[in-house]
Ligand binder design. Sequence first.
Ligand code: RB5
Length: 147
Amino acid sequence: MKIILGSDHGGSDYLKEISKLLETMKIEISTPCGFPFESIDYPDVVKRCVEDYNKLKADFIILVCGSGVGVSIAANRYENIRAVLTSNPYQAQLAREHNHANCLCFGQRLYGIDQVKEVIKIFINTIGSEDMRHLRRIEKLGDLDNG
Ligand code: RB5
């Protein structure tokens, strides 16, 4: 499994913790923007992460900012990205099963790191449902008109 990690300055402490967790799980990670200490704009981080995700044919992206909102809005603007902002384990499971979410977002200011780690483990270990109704709905997401 290969996971792309990104944060702005508001999420870099948690991103470091997440990278340590994934390393102990022997998961291959890429952090194209490192662990920013200086101010960096979240749309720029997300752009680099999505580019890496596509180039490396990675499995998932995990993004952190102060609230989680900025990175999730930015990520969902990309055609092939289905990002979910959640700290709830069951919602993370459903996001994988029903929506084939491929990007998980957190807000460092809002949740404890243990909760974040629990949600990550559930998210990356849950398989997307192959049920036709879910596949049909996911396919329709690709048809949405941005204009
Ligand atoms: C940075 O201060 C903060 O605005 C950012 O991390 C994020 O919360 C934006 O949505």
